[in-house]
Structure formats: structure tokens, C-alpha cells
Design a protein around this ligand. Structure first.
Ligand code: SF4
Length: 260
């Protein structure tokens, strides 16, 4: 098994980690599962808040059925116009997801942060660079056999954890993405994704290292990259999780061709 230093070298993160570690020491958390509790806020005034929006009164069952029939072309526009939960009031850009629509790997995080909210793309900040490094260490890249999405498509204010009602309101979109992509494996990044996809309140520590299922699709749980930026020992565990996920992915036959 690779040593910690070898893993960090492979992920090209050791120098960055040490700098961040010193900067953050004393302000950290031992929660281990939350994604962005102490990530920096954007510079004040960098992104002007959107005006308040009215939350949708669309019948939930009708909405689920409508979203379940969206094609890719309709999907992003629908998310961008969504007002099904209060997060629509404070987002700048909705962040539907990014990557290869025929990917075998689907990574699911928690929700957009400040940079993602500004750019409309998931995982573009420090956590995104770590995720890219982890993908590269596996010989993969976002957009090449990889799709990246979040539990909620709009940024929770202050980078707080999405509330259960917000995650439930956004669930039809994630379910539609899974149905369209038909990935070979899903990797749940952090507790919000694991909780929603596995319907459990268990900790990441208790869920990782095991093969779960979402419907017919194998699912592996690991830490959220934003949490890994604060936890050196768990970065090595995350690498083990991804190696495990690759083993799981190669053990199952490819899914049938995705819905076009
Ligand atoms: S978080 Fe999801 S459900 Fe809530 S407004 Fe955004 S797209 Fe709609």
C-alpha cells in the first residue's frame, strides 16, 4: 500500500496542504463528514446577490414526473429556472453538473460553493482542484468518463449544509441525472450525498470501505474533497476509497447504453 507521502505526492497536494494546515489550525473541526463548514467565504461584494425569487407552488408529484421526462437539453434550463426551494432566492447561477453524459463514473457532492455559484460549474475551487488531482491519480479527468453533480444545484447561503427539505426538493434532478447517465458506479462525496442516496444518517467513517447500491448501481462512499483539505489522515483514506471504487467499477458489467 502506498505511504501517505507517496499518496500526497501523487495528488500533488503536499505543499498546499501544509500551508493551509498552518493557516487553518485552531479553526478546524473534527466532524469529519461535513463538506464546507470552514471554507473561506468569497471576498465581500464579489458577487452581487440575486433579487428574491418566488418559491414554486408546483405540485410535487407532477414536478417529479415532469423532471423524470426531461432530456439533457431541457435539463439545464429547467434547473436554472427552478424555484422549488428557498435556495433559488440567493443563488447567482444554478449548478446542474458537468462532465461526460455517457460517463461510467458519477461523483456526487453536496452543493455549490461561492466559486461554483459564480461560474455555474461544480467543484471549481480548492476542493475541485483536489478532486481533479484525485481523478488524475486514477487516470481519469472530469469530462472524460466522469460526470460531477451535487445533491443541491443551488448554493446554500454561507456554505451551510443543505437542509433536508432542500435536498429532497432537489432530489428529482439528481435522480434524473442518474437515469440519463446510467453510470457504472456512483461515488458519494461526503455525508449529504451519502445520506440522500443511501437514506441513512450513518457517518462517512462507518459507510466507507463497503459496496453499497443505489438502485442497481454500485455506490461507494468517501469524504468530501472540501473536508479532505482540512484532514491529512483522511486524504489517505479517500485514496483507498477511490482505489476500492475502481475495483468495484471493474467488477460490474457496463450499463446499457444511456438514454439520449
Ligand atoms: S436547490 Fe434544487 S430544488 Fe432548490 S431551487 Fe435550486 S434547483 Fe431547485
Amino acid at each position: 500500500m502506498a505511504t501517505r507521502d507517496e499518496i500526497l505526492h501523487e495528488l500533488k497536494l503536499a505543499p498546499e496542504w501544509r500551508l493551509r494546515d498552518r493557516a487553518r489550525r485552531g479553526a478546524g473541526t473534527d466532524a469529519g463528514d461535513d463538506a464546507r463548514a470552514d471554507l473561506p467565504e468569497p471576498a465581500p461584494g464579489r458577487v452581487a446577490p440575486s433579487p428574491p425569487r418566488i418559491v414554486s407552488v408546483e405540485d410535487p408529484a407532477a414536478r417529479r414526473a415532469r423532471i423524470a421526462a426531461l432530456d439533457w437539453e431541457q435539463f439545464d434550463a429547467d434547473v436554472a429556472a427552478c424555484t422549488a426551494c428557498g435556495l433559488c432566492r440567493t443563488r447567482n447561477k444554478a449548478v446542474p453538473g458537468v462532465g461526460d453524459r455517457h460517463a461510467e463514473w458519477l461523483f456526487v457532492g453536496e452543493g455549490p460553493g461561492a466559486e461554483e455559484d459564480a461560474k455555474g460549474e461544480p467543484f471549481v475551487g480548492q476542493a475541485g482542484r483536489l478532486l481533479d488531482s484525485m481523478l488524475a491519480a486514477l487516470g481519469m479527468a472530469r469530462g472524460r468518463n466522469v460526470y460531477i453533480a451535487n445533491v443541491v444545484k443551488c448554493r446554500p447561503p454561507g456554505n451551510r449544509t443543505p437542509e433536508p427539505g432542500e435536498a429532497e426538493a432537489c432530489r428529482p434532478y439528481l435522480e434524473r441525472q442518474i437515469a440519463l447517465i446510467r453510470p457504472r458506479i456512483i461515488v458519494a462525496l461526503g455525508k449529504s450525498a451519502a445520506s440522500l442516496l443511501l437514506a441513512t444518517d450513518a457517518t462517512i467513517a462507518s459507510l466507507r470501505g463497503r459496496r453499497h447500491r443505489y438502485g442497481d448501481t454500485p455506490l461507494v462512499v468517501t469524504y468530501h474533497p472540501a473536508y479532505l483539505l482540512r484532514s491529512l489522515p483522511d486524504k489517505a483514506k479517500a485514496w483507498e476509497d477511490l482505489v476500492f471504487a475502481r475495483r468495484v467499477a471493474t467488477s460490474v458489467p457496463p450499463a446499457a447504453p444511456p438514454v439520449s
